[in-house]
Design a binder for this molecule. Structure first.
Ligand code: FES
Length: 106
């Protein structure tokens, strides 16, 4: 289990212990964290798991793949910190990670 803190655009925080090996999207859905839908189930085909990963944490997650980059074209309010939560697996090194959710998914 790794403690991940999801922060909604309103500032509401949800700190949950996500089983290692699940994605950040699966962790949010399992604990009913609002703001991450995950409509495609993690197949990198919907962009409804769009989140923001602060630069402090960016070095600990895998680099963005081409498919993820293409799917982000369908997300709202994309920034340099944007990632798809289904493409990042939870692991102990991510303990304490902050994941911000956008104002809306499409
Ligand atoms: S859950 Fe569909 S792209 Fe991440």
């Amino acid at each position: 289990m790794t403690r991940i803190t999801y922060i909604e655009h309103t500032g509401t925080e949800h700190s949950v212990d996500v089983p290692d090996g699940l994605s950040l999207m699966e962790g949010a859905v399992r604990f009913t964290v609002p703001g991450i839908d995950g409509d495609c189930g993690g197949a990198c085909a919907c962009a409804t798991c769009h989140v923001y990963i602060a630069p402090d944490w960016a070095g600990l997650v895998p680099p963005m793949g081409e498919l993820e980059r293409d799917m982000l074209d369908f997300a709202f309010d994309v920034t340099p910190e944007s990632r798809l939560a289904c493409q990042i697996k939870v692991k102990p090194e991510l303990a304490g990670m902050i994941v911000r959710t956008p104002k809306r998914q499409y």
